[in-house]
Ligand binder design. Structure first.
Ligand SMILES: [Zn+2]
Length: 54
């Protein structure tokens, strides 16, 4: 999991699927799921930051 600082706010990126989350716990869940299942969990990715621009 990667921390991203944007506009003085911290975001967390799942290194497997690349989705970005505002909350670390959800990003950790996403990454754990992605590694184990090699797919995304809709219940998790719905919390992802949409249209996140790097
Ligand atoms: Zn993921």
């Amino acid at each position: 999991m990667k921390e991203i600082l944007k506009n003085n706010k911290k975001f967390y990126q799942c290194q497997e699927c690349g989705l970005v989350y505002a909350d670390k716990e959800t990003a950790e869940k996403c990454q754990a799921w992605c590694i184990e299942h090699r797919s995304c969990n809709l219940e998790i990715i719905k919390h992802a930051e949409k249209n996140f621009n790097f």
